[in-house]
Design a protein around this ligand. Sequence first.
Ligand SMILES: Cc1ncc(COP(=O)(O)O)c(C=O)c1O
Length: 375
Amino acid sequence: MKVEFYKHNIGQQDIDNVVEVLNSLFLTTGEVVSEFEYKFSQYLGSRYTVGVTSCTAALHLSLLACGIGPGDEVITTPMTFIATANAVLFTGAKPVFVDVEPETGNINTDLIEDAVTPRTKAILPVHLYGQMCDVRKIKEIADKHNLSVIEDAAHAIEANRDGIRPGQLSDAACFSFYATKNITSGEGGAISTNSKEIAERLKKLRLHGMSKGAAERYSKKYEHWDMEMLGWKYNMSNIQAALLLNQLENIEKRWQRREQICQMYEEAFEEDLGVTCLKVLPNSKSGRHLFTIQVAPDKRDEVVRQLEERGIGVAVNFRAIHLLTFYRQAFGYKRGSFSIAEKIGDSTITLPLYPKLSNEEVQYVIKVVKEVTTS
Ligand SMILES: Cc1ncc(COP(=O)(O)O)c(C=O)c1O
C-alpha cells in the first residue's frame, strides 16, 4: 500500500472560485482578498486580518509593525520551522531561544522571564503542531516587561485554549496557507490582530509602504500615492484568496476528520512502549495540523527509512533549529543548549494526517509503525 504524506482537498468549488477570478479584471489584491480577510476574522473572532503571501512574510511584517529592529531581541522556541527565527533575523533583531515543555513541545513559559534582557522587545511563541501555548501567561509576562507578543499560529487556525483563540490576546497572530497546511492556497499567509493601528501598518508594509493599494488606485480617479515607509512586496492576490474561501467554510468539518485520525493514532500507540506521543491538554483544542510520534533517538532515522520503504510518506518536524549549521555558526549554539527541544528533535517522526486519509490507510500506518519500532 502507498500512503501519501499529504493530499490536498481542493475540490470543484475551489476551482470554480479561482476560475471566476481568472475571468475577471482583477487578479491581484482586491475584493476577493477583502472578503477572505473579513471571513477569516469572523472565524477567528478577531477584528482584523491582513492577507499576505506566506506565514514567513506574516511574521516578518508583524515584527516590523511592532517596531522590532536591529539590536533588539525576540524570545522564541528552537522547536519550530526555521521561518520563525529567520523572520526575526530579517528585521535585524536576534532570536533568543528558550527550551520547550516535554509534554507538548511548546515554549516553556516558566523559562521565559529568565531570558528577558533590556534588549528584549517581543515574545514569539509557536503553537506547535496546532496546540496553543499558554498565551494568557505569555501576555502577563509581556505586559510586566512591556514586550509585544506575536504568535506563530501557522499550525493552529482552528485552535483554542481556555476559550482564547490565536490573535485575541496578542499583538498579532501569523498563519500559513502553504501547500500542506490545514487550508491552502499553495503559498499564502495572513495576520490577524485586534489592533486597528497594527492592521493599518501591516496593510502598508505588505505593499512597499504605499499609501494606496492597487484596488484603491483602480476604483477611484487617479490621485498621486505616496510611499510612507519602507515596505515589502508581500500582498495576497485575489487568486490565492479565491482558493481559500470555500476551504474556510469547511474548515471545522475537515478538522473533525483530522481529530478522529489523531485519536485513532493515539489509542493505538497508548500501550506501545517503543512509541510515545505528545499530549493535547484538557483545556485545549489543537488545530491538529501534524501528528508526530517519538521513538528512540538512535532508531529514528532507521524507522523513517523503513516506513518510507513500506510506502508511507513521513517527515521530521522539526530538528531543533539551534543545531542547524547556520544557527550554530552565527550564535555558537551547541548540543545541550536546549535539551528538551533536542530530545524531541532527535526522536520525532511525523505521520500522514489529512481528511482524505482513509481508516484503512490509518490502520496500515499503525501496523507498520508497530512492526518497525519493535523489530
Ligand atoms: C511553525 C511554522 N512557522 C512558519 C512557517 C512558515 O510558513 P510559510 O511557508 O507560509 O512561510 C511554517 C511552515 O511550515 C511553520 O511550520
